[in-house]
Design a protein around this ligand. Sequence first.
Ligand SMILES: *[C@@H]1O[C@H](CO)[C@@H](O)[C@H](O)[C@H]1NC(C)=O
Ligand SMILES: *[C@@H]1O[C@H](CO)[C@@H](O)[C@H](O)[C@H]1NC(C)=O
Ligand SMILES: *[C@@H]1O[C@H](CO)[C@@H](O)[C@H](O)[C@H]1NC(C)=O
Ligand SMILES: *[C@@H]1O[C@H](CO)[C@@H](O)[C@H](O)[C@H]1NC(C)=O
Ligand SMILES: *[C@@H]1O[C@H](CO)[C@@H](O)[C@H](O)[C@H]1NC(C)=O
Ligand SMILES: *[C@@H]1O[C@H](CO)[C@@H](O)[C@H](O)[C@H]1NC(C)=O
Length: 359
Amino acid sequence: MYTQFIFAVLPALFLISAALPTAASPLSDPSYGPQPGQSPYYSTYRGTSDAFPANVTHAAILPSESCAPGPDDLLFQNLLAAEWAIYSFYQQGVERFNSSAFTALGLPNTTYDRIAEIRDNEAGHLRIFQNQISNASIKPGACKYDYGFSGPADYLATQTVLEVSSMAFLTGLVLQAKTDTSKAVLVAIAETESRHNAWSLIDVWNTSPFAGPTDTVFPYANQILDVTNEFIIPGSCPEENPPYPTPNQHLPPMDYDSNTTTLEPGSPITFTFPNEKNQPQFEQGKDYYAVAFHALSNFSMPFDTTTKTVTIPAEFEGGRGLILVVIADQMGAPTLKSVVAGPSVLLEQPNLAQLKKKD
Ligand SMILES: *[C@@H]1O[C@H](CO)[C@@H](O)[C@H](O)[C@H]1NC(C)=O
Ligand SMILES: *[C@@H]1O[C@H](CO)[C@@H](O)[C@H](O)[C@H]1NC(C)=O
Ligand SMILES: *[C@@H]1O[C@H](CO)[C@@H](O)[C@H](O)[C@H]1NC(C)=O
Ligand SMILES: *[C@@H]1O[C@H](CO)[C@@H](O)[C@H](O)[C@H]1NC(C)=O
Ligand SMILES: *[C@@H]1O[C@H](CO)[C@@H](O)[C@H](O)[C@H]1NC(C)=O
Ligand SMILES: *[C@@H]1O[C@H](CO)[C@@H](O)[C@H](O)[C@H]1NC(C)=O
């Protein structure tokens, strides 16, 4: 009788307790902790341990209300998940290096301090994006990340790729945003990433911070976000996190052979599809195009699926900003579905192909 009770009732009790709401995270209250734009914390914290809000919890924040989700909840869930990857990149830099690591490369003695300050800005972004998601939706938590940088020089090259890529995916997210307020938030964030990038162009790369009259608009933001999945250590995300990004086409990742290109407009480039488990499926007899986006326009080049080599459009200005290339089954990649692989981020400024050769 007693044993029967244990087997019948205890599992039920366990189910009930699992279904009870867990204590709300203090972070669900937007007034909790330093306020971005009011407290100097998101510029001046210099500890090597995690910055707020990550020092409170890296966990996902569960919904506390059951009303309809906010119109841009999905957008900011995707952006918050991306922001954890970007914040963690800077936090790892702060933990791994010190000022001598950068001055040994001949860089200004402010370099480490700038990395720490950008880390603080990114912590502010975490807080801002948490607060942009309504209480009806999960606010994704942090995963564990591996960026594969070997030392401080490599770290700074990755930093520039991340900042320039984030400027590009933010232009795409503006196209997804439903409310004008969200659009303004995204522009304000993109402007901050652009300042981070301007700093590194001047102080780290000793180059002009300007990238022509406009940076690159790329309409399919989630395709760039998906590329950041390569940094996530598999299985390390909180299980409550929604799939990142949502929606996700799971396109074959695309890279290029940096040994055989100058990356300059007019020069050849050979693309590679490094994930053996996710290769593009090219249909016989069908036409494919490498579609390159730079500034506000795109150029399509017939893509030979055997040589995988095209010429970077000579029409693009040289040595400025970035070029994003996708493989599409229609000229101009006019729809999301027309993209079959990529994107590949070609960093022109600094010229990543030339930097890699110097390593
Ligand atoms: C979300 O919930 C927190 C408490 O958990 C509350 O402080 C906050 O005002 C709520 N936000 C909205 C928009 O209702
Ligand atoms: C961590 O967050 C708490 C607030 O919960 C704050 O008082 C504390 O100063 C923070 N620590 C750091 C290192 O930012
Ligand atoms: C930086 O760290 C190295 C060891 O990795 C140490 O030798 C050096 O003294 C440190 N420099 C400063 C300024 O703390
Ligand atoms: C940093 O470098 C500047 C000159 O570039 C120098 O004036 C300053 O004293 C240095 N600061 C430290 C802490 O080494
Ligand atoms: C580029 O060259 C390096 C060094 O010569 C080599 O290790 C690497 O495999 C080459 N990359 C490709 C894609 O062939
Ligand atoms: C690429 O440019 C063409 C016009 O040249 C345009 O029709 C097409 O929509 C553009 N593609 C995207 C994805 O914006």
